[in-house]
Write a protein that binds this ligand. Structure first.
Ligand SMILES: Cc1cc2nc3c(=O)[nH]c(=O)nc-3n(C[C@H](O)[C@H](O)[C@H](O)COP(=O)(O)OP(=O)(O)OC[C@H]3O[C@@H](n4cnc5c(N)ncnc54)[C@H](O)[C@@H]3O)c2cc1C
Length: 402
């Protein structure tokens, strides 16, 4: 067993931290109140290799493993605690990996070099108005074969990056039914382009956090797609979705660790110098003990997250684990990390007193942003609990399959 970082990992962390602290951290408020990530930041991320770095070099990525991708996620979370930019990063890094792994060479060539260059957006669309947790029960979107491809109909909702894709182009990896009788074995992924698409109508919703990346929906009406837009095998989409969620949950864990560390550091700096009743706040155990608790929680979340990242790398490099085992580890990280980050932000807000309730401090951006992770993004918390209970108690006692 070895808990250290390699030289390469340390160098990558230093490089991302330097870039993110200089170019991104001072602009968190601008990202949040402007409700977008400024193009020069996207350009800088592309130059740093921070857009879908998990994609292979052939398509403009860095062929980066999940541990390295998680290190970058942590540093981006540390820099941008509203968590909008980290979401853009993690969606493209995790789902870009899946697209690279399963799509045809021509589809990859069409999409991935533009995504890694910051000239297109890659999103994921599984959730529908009828629900996101129960994909098998709630999915109404479908694709039917035609003489020269597929015809898609249906609506996806609560999808990240609608505005971004409309601005830049790209696609949303969209999960639809291709065999309604086959249950979870009847789903297929398609690359659905939203921009300038006459068969697609989009909507936007107003979120109360992570304002720098949009959320919305799209409706597909008799949308014709060539077979080249199919991602992977017909009727294997559900399995690819589970794989993508696992990766995204690991990266969410990492962004939470980084953001929580920023909040805790901000709080520690404050309680060292703020005095009450003649002494620094930090000298009161009512303050320092919760600080110690949060410090330990961050470390627990970090260990869960990087263990899951390491397992994912072992799975892909040498079949060292089954996907189900990595999914369990990722669910544990996703169950703990967003709650840990929320509690850290909330605790630090207490220490700051009235100032913690103002927008002078970025703590409120973190509280708003991190709740998107625990409410639903990349899977609701009870779904994490069900994945974990499935392992502990048995699939027959849960709503999930074995
Ligand atoms: C900001 C944001 C961005 C998002 N971006 C995307 C995106 O890019 N692409 C995408 O496809 N989706 C996206 N989502 C949607 C997300 O995947 C869903 O919110 C999530 O899967 C939950 O689905 P739901 O919201 O329909 O809630 P539901 O599935 O209706 O669940 C509602 C509540 O019931 C609980 N629940 C459900 N089933 C059970 C059960 N069996 N036992 C106990 N409790 C249960 C859930 O935990 C949840 O608390 C995003 C969500 C948010 C908040």
């Amino acid at each position: 067993m070895h808990f250290g970082w390699t030289d390469e990992q340390q160098m990558w962390r230093r490089a991302v931290r330097e870039f993110a602290q200089e170019q991104i951290a001072p602009r968190s408020r601008e990202i949040d109140s402007g409700a977008h990530i400024p193009p020069d930041i996207i350009k800088g991320m592309a130059q740093m290799g921070l857009l879908a770095p998990t994609v292979s070099e052939q398509y403009g990525g860095q062929g980066m493993d999940i541990t390295m991708a998680a290190i970058a996620a942590e540093e981006l979370g540390r820099a941008e605690i509203s968590l909008a930019l980290p979401v853009l990063y993690l969606v493209q890094a995790s789902w870009g990996y899946i697209l690279d792994r399963y799509a045809s060479a021509s589809l990859k060539q069409e999409i991935l070099p533009r995504v890694t260059a910051g000239k297109a957006f890659l999103g994921i669309a599984t959730t529908e108005p009828g629900g996101g947790s129960d994909i098998e029960g709630a999915t109404r979107c479908k694709a039917e074969r035609t003489a020269d491809g597929w015809l898609l109909n249906g609506e996806k909702m609560y999808i990240s990056g609608i505005k971004e894709e409309l601005a830049l182009g790209g696609c949303h990896m969209t999960l639809v039914r291709t065999d309604p009788q086959a249950g979870h074995r009847g789903f297929t992924f398609f690359a659905v382009p939203l921009k300038d698409n006459p068969h697609v109508t989009t909507t936007l919703v107003e979120d109360w956090g992570r304002q720098g990346i949009s959320t919305g929906g799209f409706h597909m009406e008799n949308l014709p797609l060539p077979d080249v837009n199919r991602i992977g095998e017909v009727n294997r989409g559900f399995y690819y979705a589970m794989e993508g969620f696992t990766l995204a949950r690991i990266l969410i864990g990492a962004t939470c660790v980084g953001a929580a560390e920023t909040a805790l550091q901000m709080g520690v700096d404050y309680i060292r110098q703020r005095k009450a009743f003649g002494k620094p706040l930090a000298t009161y155990q009512g303050i320092s003990f919760p600080a110690a608790e949060r410090f330990t929680d961050i470390e627990s979340a970090r260990l869960l997250t990087y263990k899951a990242a390491w397992m994912a790398d072992e799975l892909y490099a040498r079949n060292g684990f089954k996907h189900k085992e990595v999914a369990l580890a990722a669910a544990m990280a996703k169950l703990r990390a967003p709650v840990m980050a929320f509690e850290t932000f909330n605790e630090v807000a207490n220490w700051l007193g009235a100032m913690g309730y103002t927008k002078e401090y970025p703590i409120e951006m973190g509280i708003r942003g991190v709740r998107s992770y625990s409410i639903g993004a990349e899977g609701a918390m009870n779904i994490m609990r069900i994945i974990i209970a499935r392992e502990l108690i048995g699939a027959e006692y849960t709503s999930l399959r074995g």
